[in-house]
Write a protein that binds this ligand. Structure first.
Ligand code: ADP
Ligand code: MG
Length: 628
């Protein structure tokens, strides 16, 4: 064993640098956070070769007094905390007092700074941790830092750097988050001499515009909600707008860009029925909350945060996003034919939109399971069961349940599946604005599916199934709100099996579930028997529904379970809206219109596909080359 040495500051800092200074983007992060902490309203960031060769950060913040210049580079030197108590209520971004010391130990730094109260500024040059220059200079108020030749003295670390372009992308990404997180600060970002971003520092809308452009901004829904001491605001993508990866997600807590799994889970939950497979929501969520209700010290780079009460945050965000989605105007406007191809469901899937028909049976026939006429229904179901089996439709059957239960189940499943591929992912919105006024001309319908309406200079196509769904949704919401939910007895009770955790959750919330129209009781160990369900949900895949609820319990803990169940119920009511036969008579269509018109809400059913499509006259003129 060799002798124990106490490391010199220089060696120690280089080790610490490993943690803070992983790559150029982490340096940019530390420097910009310092500028923000210094109260800058304008920050300019310039990088050369992905920041490996040079990073410049220039701000108009408070500056550093001449005597403190050198101190700023000492390890554990910070102006942001002095006591342990300060740690509890920390509002600033950096406070470990490590960044500058670490960065200086693995690069060549020049720092020039001046405070508003000083006559003259100061400049400091540090080379691999050693001060090579420290003198007074003329300088504007604020701080100007240049970091040159990153890792020039630690070649082993330099090897881990990616290609400059890749490092630059990471920085660009980071800067975009800073812009979104600090809409009141004007940022200029220049990479290899080219201006990438210039934000105005006015508001979030302009920040979003700077980062994502006009088209994206038009595809977003702004929202803002305040509950007690928490404000949540931002933008979410309209249900028709989604992304194929997670990079379009920004969470900002008290002005800091962070990542948090409770928040993601909550947003995903709100979108669960809107998004098609492989698609991810777009969101920018801004949370403002008391500093003592979260812990920001969980990650060395402080990217993650922990909430003291994560259940509450979950439901707040979930509600806010669900509300935002419901308020969206989701008329899809067709402006170029590419878009048509991409966004409209192929008509082939609509052809089978017979609502209640079985896959194995092309004739639409209605399956309304009522407590009357049970025998006939059972016989029907059994024969459907046979036909499903006959058509080798694979269905998983539990060993211990009766054939009848299975047949009921698989029938309901297949209805559901059929339905799912056709109309469940639809939405109606802003129907009001279309239906408004007397200048509406109902033209007719095509493919037994779409209603055509002419209004002013637009042609609207409306999905009649979605219209139905919306009506069901409203009915259920109304029933839930009035606590008058009609139940419907199931032909055969359904048994749900749980594990211990799930059982505990179910037992704890049994009365909430019952209040929603489910007749449910404990059925021996780890089992529950459901004998009635809300009438509006006839056709619901009960097991799937409960699985859906139980799936999320680990995230919720303290979450208000009836809210959660309400939400799921509402979402699912759309899916269960089954009406046999597509061929609505014009009287029925009229009734539908009237019902929708009477319904004074924004008409939207929370699923990922448009319900109303608008084709402008201009667009049609273009098709026919009347205009170009
Ligand atoms: P921390 O930010 O954790 O305090 P740093 O090493 O990043 O530690 O910075 C050390 C100190 O230097 C800060 O506490 C602050 O007083 C000062 N400082 C750094 N950057 C700036 C800046 N851009 N403007 C004003 N002061 C700064
Ligand atoms: Mg700092």
């Amino acid at each position: 064993m060799s002798k124990i040495n106490v490391l010199t500051a220089q060696v120690f800092n280089r080790i610490a640098a490993g943690e803070v200074v992983e790559r150029p983007a982490s340096i940019v992060k530390e420097l910009v956070e310092n500028s923000l902490d210094a109260g800058a309203s304008s920050i300019r960031i310039e990088v050369v070769d992905g920041g490996i060769k040079q990073i410049k950060v220039i701000d108009n913040g408070s500056g550093i007094v001449f005597e403190d210049l050198q101190k700023a580079f000492l390890p554990h030197a910070t102006s942001k905390i002095a006591t342990v108590e300060d740690l509890e209520a920390i509002a600033s971004l950096g406070f470990r007092g490590e960044a500058l010391a670490s960065i200086a130990s693995v690069s060549q730094i020049e720092l020039t700074s001046k405070t508003a109260n000083s006559e003259v500024g100061g400049t400091l040059e540090i080379d691999g941790g050693k001060v090579t220059k420290h003198e007074e200079v003329a300088s504007p108020n604020g701080t100007f830092i240049t970091v040159n030749n990153l890792f020039y003295n630690t070649p082993a670390r330099a090897k881990f750097l990616n290609k400059p372009k890749t490092e630059e992308t990471k920085i660009t990404n980071l800067v975009s988050r800073f812009i979104l997180a600090n809409p009141k600060v004007s940022f200029t970002y220049i990479a290899n001499g080219k201006e990438v971003y210039r934000s105005t520092g006015k508001n979030l809308e302009e920040a979003v515009y700077t980062v994502y452009g006009k088209d994206t901004l038009n595809s977003l829904i702004p929202f803002e909600e305040k509950v007690d001491d928490i404000t949540i605001s931002g933008y979410v993508g309209k249900p028709t707008y989604s992304k194929s990866n997670r990079t379009y997600q920004t969470l900002i807590i008290n002005g800091r860009y962070v990542v948090n799994s409770t928040v993601s889970a909550s947003v995903y939950g709100a979108y669960s029925n809107y998004l098609m497979k492989g698609k991810f929501p777009f969101f920018i969520i801004n949370l403002n909350m008391p500093h003592n209700s979260l812990d920001v010290n969980v990650h060395p780079n402080k990217l993650d945060v922990k909430f003291i009460n994560s259940g509450r945050i979950y439901s707040l965000i979930n509600n806010a996003v669900v509300n935002a989605l419901l308020s969206a105007n989701n008329i899809l406007r067709i402006e170029n034919t590419e878009e048509v191809k991409e966004q409209i469901i192929p008509s082939a899937t609509y052809e089978s939109a017979s609502g209640a028909s079985f896959k194995s049976d092309n004739k639409p026939h209605e399956v309304e399971i009522e407590s009357t006429d049970l025998v006939q229904k059972q016989a029907d179901l059994l024969s459907s069961f046979e036909s499903i089996k006959g058509s080798s439709n694979k269905t998983a059957f539990g060993e211990n349940t009766s054939v009848l239960t299975n047949s009921l189940h698989s029938s309901l499943n297949s209805i559901k599946e059929d339905y799912k591929t056709t109309v469940n992912e639809t939405q109606i919105s802003a129907f009001e604005s279309v239906m408004d006024g007397s200048d509406i001309n109902y033209i007719g319908k095509v493919f037994n599916t779409f209603l055509l309406i002419e209004k002013q200079d637009s042609l609207y196509l409306i999905d009649q199934h979605a219209a139905h769904e919306r009506l069901k949704y409203d009915k259920l919401t109304q029933q839930i709100n009035n606590k008058q939910i009609e139940s419907q007895m199931l032909l055969v009770p359904i048994i749900i099996n749980t594990n211990h955790l799930e059982e505990e959750f179910m037992l704890e919330h049994l009365s909430d579930i019952q209040a929603l129209g489910f007749e449910i009781e404990s059925f021996g160990s780890l089992s529950f028997k459901i004998s009635s369900i809300p009438a509006v949900l006839m056709g619901l895949n009960v097991e799937l529904f409960f699985n859906n609820i139980l799936k999320d319990i680990s995230v919720f803990n303290s979450l208000n379970s009836s809210d959660l169940i309400n939400d799921k119920l509402k979402q699912i009511s759309c899916k269960s809206a089954v009406k046999g036969g597509d061929n609505l008579s014009s009287d029925e269509i009229k009734l539908l219109f009237e019902a929708m018109h009477k319904n004074n809400t924004t008409l939207l059913c929370p699923h990922g596909r448009p319900v109303i499509v608008e084709v402008t006259r201009k667009e049609i003129d273009k098709w026919f080359k009347r205009i170009v």
